[in-house]
Ligand binder design. Structure first.
Ligand code: HEM
Length: 403
């Protein structure tokens, strides 16, 4: 086979076409197999289709509505309460706690003790799993890190996953024997997997990694989007003080701010694929089997012909042509399009959000909770970017509650 080339895609239309190609296979997590082997985002073809079809059953509108209106609000309130009581918080830590609490519910990871120590313990596992998934970018000794992550997976399995599996197996048995109703089963990924483990021939190590993957896919992306959105909203209020009082309580506006933030700062700046066959794009670009294709999301999401004037600026009131999403291509497209998109960012509010059925998504709802508690940047302790990475993550973001 000829040498592999890297082909970079920078335009919006080319990116859309590439995302839809069946002969391009996921390449973003190539070194991350310790956590990512055989998880949904790494599968291809029939295997991917079968797993996705199964998990799609959970990510339906009625489940989203139940998560957003019933399950999540008390968790958001309980996570915020101690910070509001003390009058201040550091948003980066708070964001990870909040989004991990929510992602654990979606993934199906129980916390039987419910203590702060237990949450901290789960959080430490989560941070290690993120390092494991993104091992390609790890600067230190990769072999040592891989072993550390593998050991953490085993410990997580014993401490968190197996008790969660046991509780669900019992509930599934009770449901099958008619003791409890279908609607009393936990509504999470782990339950869906366990109910169909035989049909899909899922070994227990795949169930373990798939659950961990959902924990990190849900928590990390939403946590970063939450802090970045709040920052953009605070900046917007500083330059448009006349809208602040009303906008703080306008969840539709906060949803547009979330979408605009996600467009400008996608969770991963690139999507990566391997070509399984020769492909010719409609603009004539030829991709050969074995080539690596990189979709530059920052470039595609800032194309002036699509996103209008000053596409690099944060403008939640940006007018877009029909069929263009406010978040650009930041939730992907095609077979791997984000399964948690509606859960994280709600439904696209084409023409307004007066509809009582509208879902806003957990990031806008959590942003609203901070603003409703009168959260604002701490003038005595300015936020700082994390100097240890190049992805513009915030390192610390101190806020106060109340004036
Ligand atoms: C702001 C929040 C989020 C962003 C920006 C985001 C972004 C993305 C992107 C770009 C992809 C496609 C990756 C690719 O094409 O290579 C993806 C896939 C995925 N996301 Fe999200 N995501 C978010 C929240 C969530 C949440 C809350 C969940 C869990 C409930 C989730 C679960 C997944 C899963 C399982 C996939 C793989 C889908 C597949 O391969 O079929 N994401 N996400």
């Amino acid at each position: 086979m000829s040498e592999s080339n890297l082909i970079t895609i920078t335009t919006y239309e080319d990116a859309r076409e590439v995302f839809r190609q069946k002969d391009l296979r996921q390449a973003l997590y190539d070194d991350g197999d310790v956590v990512m082997a055989d998880v949904l985002v790494n599968l291809h073809g029939d295997e991917h289709r079968a797993r996705r079809r199964l998990e799609n059953r959970l990510f339906r509108r009625d489940t989203h509505a139940w998560y957003e209106r019933e399950l999540f609000p008390p968790v958001v309130a309980a996570t915020l309460a101690p910070y509001i009581a003390q009058g201040h918080a550091e948003l980066v830590t708070l964001s990870h706690q909040m989004m991990m609490n929510l992602a654990a519910l979606t993934a199906g990871v129980d916390r039987p003790l419910g203590t702060p120590e237990e949450t901290f313990d789960l959080y430490s596992y989560l941070m290690l799993f993120i390092e494991g998934a993104t091992l390609a970018h790890f600067a230190g000794d990769k072999t040592a890190k891989r072993s550390e992550v593998a050991a953490a997976l085993r410990a997580f399995d014993a401490e968190f996953l197996q008790p969660s599996v046991e509780r669900r197996r019992l509930a599934i048995q009770q449901c099958e024997s008619g003791q409890i109703d279908e609607t009393d089963l936990p509504r999470d990924v782990l339950t869906v997997l366990l109910r169909n483990q035989d049909k899909l021939e899922l070994p227990s190590d795949v169930v373990l990694r798939e659950t961990c993957f959902y924990l990190l896919a849900g928590a990390h992306t939403s946590a970063t989007a939450f802090v970045r959105t709040l920052h953009n909203v605070f900046q917007h209020f500083a330059t448009h003080p006349e809208v602040e009082a009303e906008a703080r309580d306008d969840v539709g506006f906060l949803q547009r701010c979330t979408h605009e933030t996600i467009r400008l700062q996608p969770s991963s700046p690139v999507a990566l694929r391997w070509a399984l066959a020769d492909i010719e794009l409609s603009n004539g670009v030829r991709i050969r089997q074995g080539d690596k294709v990189e979709i530059d999301l920052n470039a595609a999401n800032r194309e002036p012909s699509v996103f209008g004037e000053n596409p690099e600026l944060f403008n939640p009131n940006r007018e877009l042509p029909p069929g263009v999403w406010r978040w650009g291509l930041s939730f992907g497209l095609g077979m791997h399009a984000c399964i948690g998109q509606d859960l994280a960012a709600g439904m696209d509010a084409l023409g307004g959000v007066d509809d009582a059925d509208h879902l806003y998504g957990l990031v806008p709802v959590a942003v609203h909770a901070v603003l409703r508690a009168d959260g604002r940047p701490d003038p005595t302790n300015p936020a700082q970017l994390d100097a240890n990475n190049t992805r513009n993550y915030w390192g610390i973001y101190p806020v106060g509650f109340g004036r």
